[in-house]
Design a protein around this ligand. Structure first.
Ligand code: AMP
Ligand code: MG
Length: 509
């Protein structure tokens, strides 16, 4: 294996960033990845560095914005200690199995241990072709890079586990999609990029040794407590199921549609990943689909919990040889673990809904109360995020008629919501908690600001068409405090007007 380290002669030593790399994945067997250097780009220009994240990763933001730093973020220079690799994985895409996917447009530079002691991958996305690119160019267009940057950082501020964006760099090159578009590279950070599809890759090749080596790596890295369990691999499966059920419940609580929940887009660490054609719902529609390629609605909003279980079942299948020597015993164990998914999901989802409704004490009819509100929203075209936020404002002041009107205004027909509000008022009157405590819970469960599709589209259009990143920066600013009222930014809280509605988002990364 050749050394992948490179010190570019034009690096000024006092500015060149140092990364405290410790690359555990690159120490796994050779068949887990292909060593691949990023392909240099013509004219790298920093769009944005995420300074807070850089500090969290124990990286120096100043040196990252130097020419030497930007060269690394663009893939023009390989940092000292980096061992760039493209990783192998497989995956079920829209239900059909593809045994050979892999990082076709991403290169893992290495891993650092962050300020909290957590190991994080640093990956370039859009950094040129790899062994796994096949017909693709390995590049990313500016629009999807900005979308991923905005969404990742919005998730972080919303408190939902997600991969992060450390930087975006434009390349000065054009990528050919439906038309010629400006190119960009995203620096993505994840607890790891190991996917359900990574396990499937080795399982599909009957490479049980590799499945075991990967599971051992995952346990050591993400689920160390599983190592002490009677059956560590089963405990790991349970842990992944726990994190994914909690994650998908969070998505459902904020109205997020991932868009492409293929098994290669489900991270073993429990972070939201690879949200290409994703979106938040505006007016609540349980069957809402955003991805232009999801013709049959496989990944519709309300299908996501069931797809989560489907994907985890594929993970369990890949792990069967590790679960028990006897296949029947292994299958029974896996079924028991998977059987817990629905209960775990329902509990997490309901706990989230209770918080959104300001309910502290659980009652048996809470699920019905919550569902009836969702049904009223769906029937009357009410905006999901605004409905919960207006309800939050009613919590401290249940008799304020203008606040009540603000909520009712969201519903084209108020019959159902009027009835529902009287039920909710009766219900919260039974709670021992104070209105202030209730409002505080609701305020941190019901964001005022989400990355609405039309705002993301507007920020991307300004950048792509006019090379103007002002709207991108302003949107990031607003979304960094999603639970705070920001009266000066009120327009960012509003649903789209009919002519602003974005009906579908495209992959095209
Ligand atoms: P995704 O849409 O991120 O789930 O990607 C699905 C698969 O297609 C992955 O294996 C990607 O690496 C690959 N892929 C997507 N876009 C490109 C591209 N522009 N060049 C090469 N491979 C790509
Ligand atoms: Mg993917």
């Amino acid at each position: 294996m050749t050394s992948t380290q490179d010190q570019s002669p034009d690096q000024s030593p006092d500015h060149a960033p140092t990364f405290p790399f410790d690359n555990s994945y690159a120490r796994l067997p050779d068949r887990f990845f292909t060593r691949t250097r990023p392909t240099a780009v013509a004219a790298p220009r920093l769009i944005r560095l995420n300074e807070n994240l850089a500090r969290e990763l124990r990286l120096d933001p100043v040196s990252l914005t130097s020419l030497a730093g930007i060269a690394i973020l663009a893939g023009n220079t390989v940092a000292l200690g980096s061992e760039p690799i493209a990783t192998a994985y497989a995956g079920h895409q829209f239900g059909g199995f593809n045994p050979s996917l892999g990082d076709g447009r991403a290169i893992l530079l290495g891993e650092v241990v962050d300020a909290h002691g957590i190991r994080r991958d640093i990956q370039l996305k859009g950094s040129g072709p790899t062994h796994y690119s096949r017909r693709g160019d390995g590049r990313a267009a500016l629009g999807p890079v900005l979308r991923e940057y905005i969404l990742s950082e919005a998730f972080a501020s919303l408190g939902v586990p997600s991969t992060r964006a450390l930087a975006a760099v434009s390349t000065g090159e054009v990528v050919l999609r439906e038309r010629a578009l400006p190119g960009a590279v995203l620096t993505r950070v994840a607890q790891s990029h190991i996917r359900v599809g990574t396990f499937q890759y080795f399982a599909a090749r009957s490479d049980v040794d590799a499945v075991r080596a990967l599971a051992d790596h995952v346990i050591a890295r993400h689920y160390p407590e599983a190592a002490a369990a009677p059956n560590p691999y089963l405990a790991m499966l349970d842990d992944v199921i726990a994190r994914q059920s909690a994650l998908i419940a969070r998505w459902m609580n904020i109205g997020f549609i991932h868009g492409v929940m293929n098994t290669d887009n489900m991270a073993i660490c429990g972070e939201t990943i690879d949200f290409g054609p994703c979106a938040f719902v505006d007016h609540y529609e349980p069957d809402k689909v955003f991805s232009s390629i999801d013709e049959r609605g496989r990944y519709a909003l309300s299908n996501q919990p069931a797809i989560g279980l489907w994907n985890l079942s594929r993970l369990a299948e890949a792990l069967l040889p590790l679960l028990a020597d006897d296949k029947a015993v292994a299958i029974t164990s896996a079924e028991v673990s998977l059987g817990a998914y629905v209960r775990r999901y329902e509990e997490a989802y309901l706990a989230g809904l209770r918080q959104k409704l300001g309910l502290v004490e659980p009652h048996a009819d809470d699920p019905a109360l919550a569902q009836d509100l969702l049904d009223a929203m769906a029937a009357a075209g009410a905006d999901f995020t605004q409905t919960f936020r207006r309800l939050t404002e009613l919590a401290t002041d249940t008799s304020a008629s203008e606040k009540l009107d603000d909520l009712r205004k969201l519903f084209a027909d108020t019959t159902a919501i009027d009835l529902w509000i009287s039920r909710w008022l009766a219900r919260i009157a039974q709670e021992a908690s104070t209105p202030e405590a209730r409002a505080a819970i609701m305020r941190r469960s019901n964001p005022a600001f989400i990355p609405r599709n039309h705002l993301v589209a507007e920020a991307i259009a300004e950048a792509v068409e006019n090379d103007d990143f002002g709207a991108f920066e302003r949107l990031l600013q607003v979304l960094s405090r999603p639970y705070d009222d920001q009266p000066e930014s009120a327009r960012y809280a509003l649903p789209p007007t009919p002519d602003q509605v974005v009906r579908a988002t495209f992959c095209g990364t």
